[in-house]
Every structure is written in structure tokens, then in C-alpha cells.
Ligand binder design. Structure first.
Ligand code: NAD
Length: 260
């Protein structure tokens, strides 16, 4: 295993952005532990990484599962250099008045508490060594009041705030914390979120601000969706030594959407 950059853990690495991030970090010389709720999906990511990545099944909203996975990754691959808290789900695009409390809690649990738990567990490895890089997955929905329903937008704003608070608190102790805010990227996010949330959530395939090419053209100055590779490049940069003086930043990767 080429591990000259040390261990990087990527959550939600079974598909979409997380898979692209795991493959990019592997190519960049990290020993990658790819973690996901979906075990067969994350095994496929490890296979695509040429067998170089370690596949781990865990739910990021459960501290004990995350703890077990991180402990296993460190035992097998060495000290944790980079933690990428990417796992997340959409929320059915409900506004507050129509959102069920249980659905709100589930989305906050995965999208915000899951990132908090990932950061907290990573710090247990990083603080004693006084070094580490954390990259959290936010969204343009973490900066704007659009791009999801109430729970998704609140959670992603929370991820941006958590990232900034950690940057301030841990910057002097050798740990950099940043986040990435993607615009629209074609992934299985709607379908996976639908499956994870289960019954009671409307069909998400036609909901949102960028559901077809015409909407994307109208929304994004670039005129097209981003690719998972575009987002992986940004995450890999923030996880690298090239970003050593960048801390507490929310890096927007959206083809210019937010510039409007
Ligand atoms: P995706 O559904 O393809 O990937 C998300 C992965 O996270 C899935 O493999 C899923 O199984 C996993 N996951 C979900 N809940 C989990 C949990 N509790 N524990 C462990 N793993 C879990 O979607 P994606 O588009 O690649 O999304 C990745 C991240 O990017 C999410 O945080 C999402 O909010 C964010 N994002 C995506 C877009 C986009 O347009 N696709 C835009 C902005 C932000």
C-alpha cells in the first residue's frame, strides 16, 4: 500500500463524491480507509482503488460504530493524517411547516451530528500528535437558503459553522479544518437518500433547483453540472500540504452559481 502521505479516512465513500475522493486520495499517495453505511458499495470503492483502500461499514450518526471503524483503520494503516467527513443525505425538500419532526432529526443526525462525531473521533487521534487535516462536506446549501429543504440547509449551514469554530479552536494545535461547498453534481444522492429515509418522503427525483439540464443551465454560469472529480480535486487540495495556511475556509466549487 502506498502510504507516504499517511492515513486518510473518507466517510460516505461508497458512491458519488466520497468514492471519487477516496480514489483521488489513493492516487495522491494516501492510505485510504473508505467508510460507508452500504458495505457492498464501499467494497466496490476499495476494488476500484486497486485493492489499496480499506473498506469499512459504519453509520456516521452512531458514535460507537464510527469509533470502531476509525480504531480499525488506524490499527491497520497507521496515524490519521486526514479525515474527510463527506457522508450525507437529502431531506425530501420539505419546508418547516410540512416537515415531520422525525425526518428533521434523522437528517440532522446524519448531515450535522455525523460530521461532529467524525471530527470528534478524528481529534482523538490528531490532538496528541498536534497534526491533522479535516475536510467536511458542506454545500452551496450551507451558505444560501436554497439547494435543499429546511433540514438539509440547516445541517449544511451547521457544517460550515462547525468547521469555522474548529479552525479557530484547533488551528494553534496543528489541526486545519476546512469545508467544501459543491454546487450540483450528478450522483445517486436523491435515490440513496430516498432509500435511507424510507417511506413517507416524496419522490425526490423531480424536486430541487437543478433537476434537469435546462434548470442547471439557468442556475449555473458554467452551464453544466460539476463532476465528482471536480469536488475530489478540491478536497484533495485542502487535505494536502499545498493548503497548509488555509484554515476555516468554505471552498465553493459550483461553476459560479454562488457568484450570482
Ligand atoms: P451519494 O448518495 O452518491 O453518496 C453519499 C454516500 O453516503 C452514500 O454512499 C451513502 O450510503 C453514504 N451515507 C449516507 N448516510 C450515511 C451514514 N449515516 N453513514 C455512513 N454513510 C452514509 O451522494 P453524494 O452526492 O456523493 O453526496 C456526498 C456528500 O456531498 C453529501 O454530504 C451531500 O450532501 C454533499 N453534496 C452533494 C451535492 C451533489 O450535487 N451531489 C452537492 C452539494 C453537497
Amino acid at each position: 500500500m502506498s502510504a507516504q502521505q499517511g492515513l486518510a479516512i473518507v466517510t460516505g465513500a461508497g458512491s458519488g463524491l466520497g468514492r471519487a475522493i477516496a480514489l483521488k486520495l489513493t492516487a495522491d499517495g494516501f492510505a485510504v480507509a473508505a467508510l460507508d453505511l452500504d458495505e457492498s458499495a464501499v467494497r466496490e470503492t476499495a476494488r476500484l482503488a486497486g485493492g489499496k483502500a480499506l473498506a469499512l461499514q459504519a453509520d456516521v450518526s452512531r458514535a460507537a460504530e464510527l469509533d470502531r471503524a476509525v480504531t480499525a483503520a488506524v490499527a491497520e494503516l497507521g496515524p490519521l493524517e486526514a479525515m474527510v467527513n463527506n457522508a450525507g443525505i437529502l431531506d425530501g425538500y420539505f419546508d418547516v411547516d410540512e416537515m415531520d419532526e422525525a425526518l428533521w432529526r434523522k437528517v440532522i443526525d446524519i448531515d450535522l451530528t455525523g460530521v461532529f462525531l467524525g471530527c470528534k473521533r478524528a481529534l482523538r487521534e490528531m490532538l496528541p500528535r498536534q497534526r491533522g487535516r479535516i475536510v467536511n462536506m458542506a454545500s452551496v446549501a450551507g451558505l444560501n437558503g436554497t439547494g435543499g429543504g429546511a433540514a438539509y440547509i440547516a445541517a449544511k449551514h451547521g457544517v460550515v459553522g462547525l468547521t469555522r469554530q474548529m479552525a479557530v479552536q484547533y488551528g494553534a494545535r496543528g489541526i486545519r479544518t476546512n469545508c467544501v461547498c459543491p454546487g450540483p453534481v450528478a450522483t445517486g444522492l436523491r435515490a440513496h437518500s430516498q432509500a435511507i429515509l424510507g417511506p413517507g418522503v416524496p419522490d425526490m427525483s423531480g424536486r430541487g433547483v437543478a433537476v434537469n439540464d435546462d434548470m442547471v443551465r439557468a442556475l449555473v454560469p458554467a452551464g453544466v453540472r460539476g463532476t465528482p472529480g471536480n469536488i475530489a480535486d478540491a478536497v484533495a487540495f485542502l487535505a494536502s500540504g499545498a493548503a497548509d495556511y488555509i484554515n476555516g475556509h468554505a471552498l465553493v466549487v459550483d461553476g459560479g452559481w454562488r457568484a450570482k
